[in-house]
Design a binder for this molecule. Structure first.
Ligand SMILES: [Cu+2]
Length: 122
């Protein structure tokens, strides 16, 4: 009897855990260059990792330079089982602080967005 109750309890915990995951939104977990970091050379890509897998078609990144002008960057690709977004940066970035604005649609259908900055100081 005690074993049955324990099993039911475990099943309930598992079900709650899975439901919680299904309803979670995609939040930025980490990035390279990292938030508020200083890069000693121009990065050749922006690499963002999210907490959920993404729908590439509705996800994107915008890079703004120290002069507030948009920097031309490549098309994003999905990495790390759909939870990573990698964007090539072919334009060498001069010294200054850059802003990365991201917007994503996670595969559960929720949209999230945010921004962070990094500094290039060669
Ligand atoms: Cu969600």
């Amino acid at each position: 009897m005690a074993t049955t109750i324990t099993r039911l309890g475990l099943a309930a915990i598992l079900a709650l855990g899975l439901a919680g995951q299904a309803f979670a939104h995609a939040h930025l977990k980490s990035a390279a260059p990292a938030d508020k970091s200083t890069a000693t050379s121009s990065p050749n890509e922006l690499d963002l990792t999210f907490t959920e897998s993404l729908n590439l078609k509705f996800s994107g990144v915008k890079l703004t330079g120290p002069d507030k002008a948009a920097v031309k960057i490549g098309d994003p690709t999905l990495t790390r089982k759909g939870m990573g977004l990698t964007v090539p940066v072919s334009t060498p970035l001069g010294a200054g602080t850059y802003t990365v604005e991201w917007h994503v649609l996670s595969t559960d259908g929720h949209k999230t967005n945010g921004s962070y900055t990094f500094t290039v100081k060669p």
